[in-house]
Design a protein around this ligand. Sequence first.
Ligand code: UDP
Length: 238
Amino acid sequence: MTVPHYRRILVKLSGEALLGGDSYGIAPETLHRIADELAEINALGVEVAVVIGGGNIFRGAGLAAAGMDRVTADHMGMLATVMNALALQDALERRDVFCRVMSAIQINQVCEDYIRRRAVRHLEKGRVVIFAAGTGNPFFTTDSAASLRAVEVGAELLLKGTKVDGVYNSDPVTDPSAQRYEKLTYDDVLSQRLEVMDATAIVLCRDQGMRIMVFDITRPGAMVEAARGEPVGTVVDP
Ligand code: UDP
């Protein structure tokens, strides 16, 4: 049996990763493909934590721009991440993968509270842990939550799913001459304002030496390859 490359990883999925053809909500076929891949990674023996976003349902900044109080809007955004987390938990359990949702805001009838030691214990037992409600604080993002949780639970890699296969020097969707980076430092990302994750998340990863790999979540198999240690995207590390 081949030994998996990583012992423990954290996957950051944006809410958008759950969209299908529509611009809102959860597409069952997309959810099931992602659950299949997470189940495959779990079966490899890699401990997997997931931080899920909520942008497919609500984003605080968008609601605030439309006139809502920002803190209330961010609370709605955090609750949206809980909905996505529950959907992913359900999809994983249908595949007989043991799974726990842990929320940064207390919502005990629905899921567990985030308690670091308990989260680590779940991971050690081979359960997939889905971290919901971001950091629990308004004005933050789930990218920041991903970097924070990755560091807290001692993940070796933060796998950041995006719509393209890495980080480019310009938008590859609109610029055919865009060049993909194989490797970047945290300071490259910050100084060139490259779209990897928000600056708060990058700074925490930099200060704690958390390696990031940006991969294409829309390509079937890419997440499993990345978890196996294959070079499928752009790596950001010291
Ligand atoms: N959010 C928050 N604090 C956090 C994480 C998220 O207030 O620590 C809110 C915020 O309103 C954000 C929404 O939850 O817009 C959804 O998260 P995010 O935009 O990061 O989701 P993604 O873009 O990854 O789908």
